[in-house]
Design a protein around this ligand. Structure first.
Ligand code: NAG
Ligand code: NAG
Ligand code: NAG
Ligand code: NAG
Ligand code: NAG
Ligand code: NAG
Ligand code: NAG
Ligand code: NAG
Ligand code: NAG
Length: 856
């Protein structure tokens, strides 16, 4: 898609003036250097079900795009009331489109009728009202085998017509419909992916006089084209014949005829044509004499490109040799004497082991050497010779991404004084030498994403020296943990507008780091480990991006500093739309984390910050009652009184520290009260501590006397008395049948008179596994809760990274949500459990036995 963008760009370049080239590069580079960040619903406006057709329709915010679909119910062409520019009707089950059904669509500029797998018939006359339509696609409707020759009547402004992948199998049935008397402005026709097989001599005769510039007939199983067939297309400039089965003689024949007739092609696509060893020489000679500027030979097979692979081809500006399985290129294959006008050379997707000076001619503007990983069976590091680019003074775009480049040095990119875009993404770059980018004074876009840059070294400013004009930097997934303020790399790039730091390991960023980035507009810090910040970042650094992503971090509190930053970013922005995204953090919706921010908002909040919160969607992650509810909702419902009490207590605590004598009595009293109130918990925690100590102790002094594995029992069974029957069955099943496991069940096995929780503790310690029989009753009873937690802690204490997990869950029936404790919920969410199945008891016991036999 992006590479298509490339080619398209270059076609533009070939036709248009040179002046806006760079702006176009930039526009495109923005797409590929900046990852798609917004995951929001692309068609947010629901228009509901159209009564007439049964289709569901949605629209974009501005209502310029409407899409209608409906896999089962959508049986007719939908009646859309909105005056949109673009309408897509796809994946419906309509069989026919009838006259009149499109009559209200005269505002449409683009109409796409695609992937309607039952569509068989389109009645002529349906487009009679669509005078404004410029682009029509009727594609991927595989049951549509023919069209009426008067079908397109009315489309007097249509420029692009796409009829890809329908069931058309004869071009003679199609062309009468494209007559210039019906489609006077048609410029681009795409009939790719239809099984046409042959283009006979008179195929395009009905189109005599057409202004058609571009014709696509890719992947049509063509093995024959009559040499005269294109001659009526006098204005044809671009011909795309990729992925057919045409031999080179045949292609040469019709090209020759076209040249004689004065049809001056500029673009020829003969990719995927099965050419082998060398570009077919005769055909290359013919092309060399033609006006063709852009030659696409991709996906053929030329392992070695020799010096004399091509004749002198003075008109060629773009040569596409992507995916031709090339392993080596001789030094003069693309020399300026052969290709004096070559501007774009695409060599990506081959097996070239590196790039060498001799490959490059100095008039190149764009070089794509990406995705060359050497012989796939024996991958090697990608080599770039010293001073390879020394003469490439014109090069604007260099793509070296997806290569196994190890390191880059100050001599690697020497000479690239006019480079604007450099992509090094998905390499294996772990070393950037000082001054590597120094010669690229005019670099605008640098993509370093997905390289282990910080594996062995820190990022320093001297590495990025010279990037004065850099505007976009992508360092996504580079393992970055810190930026160092005493050696701030961003001081080297004061003109940066886009900074992508997504998916690193940053847990903080300082105002000092950001300070040099005065022009920053987009900052993406999503997927890091950032926590809340307690000193303003943006306010202090004076950096004011308009788009800011903090999604997927570890932000829990709304500090006053954060609120001040947000406020700073939102205020006085004129008509700039500011976007600050905090989705998927771990906000704690409690007085301690939000109350101060709440007070600040009450006192100092402006309309715009109020709106920011109102429109926001980021959610609390705890405590339980607020889980998955909006932070904004929490803020607006903060219970003043409750948080006030909280604050008073905090203040008291402060007082306690400062004025001991006065409050100490109160303190003692409250401590006693608290101790009393939480005595159960305290006992519990003491107990756990004891357990922990016991565990550690036992681990060290494990006595081999107990059993060969160190355990007296194979499993401790925790259950509640209501499930006694089930447990008896379990005893029979597991103890009486081989391998005769030994279980500890407290009603039977506890020594009479020993304090019950101590016995539990001891027994758990002496059991290899702990089986929890989880039922509704189990969840309900306090005692069982106690045991669950115990067992869970037992597990935690033992966890040492081995695969052995002592907890085995058996679920008896469904459990009511209200009885589930946090621990139990967590366990059921994170662990595999065995559900009791009355209809398949054999299987159940077998599985359980197997689990308990593991690790013995
Ligand atoms: C028609 O196709 C050309 C590319 O060949 C494209 O640039 C143009 O935007 C298309 N027009 C419409 C209206 O889609
Ligand atoms: C190319 O195809 C034409 C027509 O199918 C055939 O006559 C001709 O012999 C073929 N040429 C080669 C070199 O295969
Ligand atoms: C094609 O080029 C030739 C010579 O360059 C010129 O005479 C002729 O008019 C051109 N044909 C068209 C259709 O522009
Ligand atoms: C570089 O090549 C890769 C893979 O071939 C492609 O995905 C990317 O868009 C290209 N980037 C640039 C800047 O041309
Ligand atoms: C690029 O690298 C990232 C991270 O190493 C990886 O997840 C991704 O799959 C790579 N992309 C390709 C096309 O190999
Ligand atoms: C990176 O910088 C930190 C702090 O300046 C330093 O402690 C550490 O040794 C550096 N690491 C390397 C690999 O230079
Ligand atoms: C980049 O920043 C410098 C100041 O550091 C300024 O002089 C220069 O004009 C800027 N260049 C661009 C293209 O904005
Ligand atoms: C508001 O937008 C208009 C055009 O959309 C622009 O000319 C103007 O400078 C903008 N005003 C501010 C304050 O950014
Ligand atoms: C409101 O802002 C002022 C000035 O920044 C600050 O002193 C005051 O503490 C803020 N009010 C609250 C309730 O935080």
């Amino acid at each position: 898609m992006l590479l298509k963008g490339y080619i398209w760009l270059l076609l533009c370049y070939a036709q248009n003036a040179r002046s806006n080239l760079i702006e176009e590069y930039e526009a495109i580079s923005r797409h590929f250097v900046l990852p798609e960040i917004r995951t929001g619903e692309p068609l947010p406006v629901e228009l509901g079900v159209d009564r007439y057709s049964g289709c569901i329709c949605r629209a974009s915010h501005d209502r310029q795009l409407v899409v209608c679909f409906g896999n089962y119910e959508c049986t007719r062409f939908p009646q859309v009331k909105i005056q949109s520019e673009i309408l897509r009707v796809r994946t419906t089950v309509m069989v026919k489109i009838l006259r009149g059904q499109l009559n209200t669509l005269n505002h449409l500029k683009i109409l796409e009728i695609e992937a309607n797998h039952k569509l068989q018939y389109i009645e002529p006359g349906i487009f009679e009202n669509l005078k404004n339509l410029q682009h029509l696609s009727i594609s991927y409707n595989t049951r549509l085998h023919s069209i009426n020759e008067r079908l397109f009547e009315g489309l007097s402004n249509l420029r692009n017509l796409t009829l890809v992948n329908n069931g058309f199998n004869n071009i003679l049935d199609l062309t009468p419909a494209f007559r210039p008397s019906i489609l006077p402005l048609l410029r681009w026709l795409d009939v790719s992916e239809n099984p046409l097989e042959i283009i006979p001599e008179h195929a395009f005769h009905p189109m005599k006089g057409t202004l058609l510039r571009k014709l696509d007939v890719n992947l049509c199983r063509l093995d024959e084209i009559h040499p005269n067939s294109f001659l009526v297309l006098k204005n044809l400039k671009e011909l795309h014949l990729g992925d057919n089965d045409l031999n080179s003689t045949l292609i040469g024949d019709f090209l020759n005829r076209m040249m004689i007739e004065g049809i001056n092609l500029t673009n020829l696509d003969v990719s995927g044509m099965g050419f082998r060893k060398q570009p077919p020489r005769e055909l290359m000679n013919i092309i060399a004499r033609s006006t063709i500027k852009s030659l696409i030979l991709a996906q053929n097979q030329f392992e070695i490109i020799h010096d004399d692979a091509f004749p002198r081809m003075p008109n060629i500006e773009l040569l596409d040799l992507r995916k031709v399985l090339c392993i080596s290129i001789e030094g003069n294959a693309f020399s300026p004497s052969k290709f004096p006008n070559l501007k774009v050379l695409l060599l990506s997707g081959n097996n070239l082991p590196g790039v060498h000076k001799k490959h490059l001619s100095d008039q190149l503007l764009l070089l794509d050497m990406s995705s060359n990983k050497g012989n796939p069976a024996n991958p090697v590091y990608y080599e770039i010779d010293r001073d390879t680019f020394l003469l490439c003074k014109s090069l604007r775009i260099l793509n070296l991404s997806f290569n196994r480049i190890k390191s880059i040095f100050d001599y690697t990119f020497n000479g690239l004084v006019n480079l604007r875009i450099l992509s090094l993404e998905n390499g294996t770059i772990y070393h950037i030498g000082d001054g590597t980018f120094k010669s690229m004074k005019r670099l605008i876009v640098l993509n370093l994403a997905n390289n282990p840059l910080t594996a062995t070294e820190n990022l320093t400013s001297s590495q990025f020296d010279g990037l004065n004009e850099l505007k976009m930097l992508n360092m996504q997934n580079c393992g970055i943990r810190h930026f160092y303020d005493d050696d701030n790399m961003f001081e080297m790039m004061p003109n940066l507008t886009h900074l992508i730091l997504r998916n690193n390991l940053l847990y903080y960023i300082t105002a000092e780091t950001l300070k040099p980035l005065k022009f920053l507009q987009v900052l993406d810090l999503s997927q890091n480990l950032l926590i809340s910040w307690w000193r303003p970042l943006f306010l202090v650094s004076g950096v004011k991006p308009k788009t800011l992503y903090f999604t997927n971090n570890k932000i829990s509190h709304f500090s006053i500093s954060m609120i001040e930053d947000i406020s700073y970013l939102l205020e006085n922005r004129g008509n700039v739309t500011v976007e600050i995204d905090f989705m998927n953090n771990v906000f704690l919706c409690e007085c301690s984390s939000m109350y101060k921010a709440y007070l600040w908002l009450q006192a100092n909040g402006t309309k715009s910050i109020q709106k920011f919160f109102d429109d926001s969607n980021f959610q609390c992650s705890s405590p339980d009652p607020w889980e998955d509810r909006r932070v904004a909702e929490y803020l607006s419902s903060i219970r003043h009184l409750r948080c006030l009490v909280y604050q008073k207590i905090s203040n008291v605590m402060v007082l306690v520290w400062t004025a001991p004598s006065l409050v100490s009595i109160m303190l003692v009293v409250s401590v006693v009260v608290i101790l009393y109130k939480y005595r159960d918990y305290i006992r519990y925690w003491l107990f756990l501590a004891k357990l922990a100590l016991g565990r550690n102790f036992r681990k060290k002094t494990i006595s081999p006397k107990i059993s060969p594995t160190g355990y007296k029992f194979d499993a401790f069974v925790s259950y509640c008395s209501e499930d006694r029957e089930f447990v008896s069955e379990m005893l029979v099943q597991l103890e009486s049948n081989p391998p005769n496991l030994k279980l500890c069940v407290y009603e039977r096995d506890f020594e009479i008179g020993s304090f019950i929780s101590e016995s539990v503790q001891t027994s758990i310690n002496e059991s290899k596994y702990v089986i929890l029989v989880i039922s509704n009753n189990f969840a309900k009873s306090q005692w069982c809760r106690w045991e669950t937690q115990l067992a869970e802690y037992h597990r935690l204490f033992l966890e040492d990274g081995s695969a052995y997990d002592p907890l085995v869950l058996v679920k008896l029936g469904d459990i009511e949500g209200k009885y589930l404790t946090t621990t139990l919920k967590y366990l059921l969410k994170t662990k595999v459990y065995h559900s009791w199945d009355e209809n398949n008891t054999e299987e159940f016991w077998k599985k359980l036995r197997k689990v308990l036999m593991k690790n013995s």
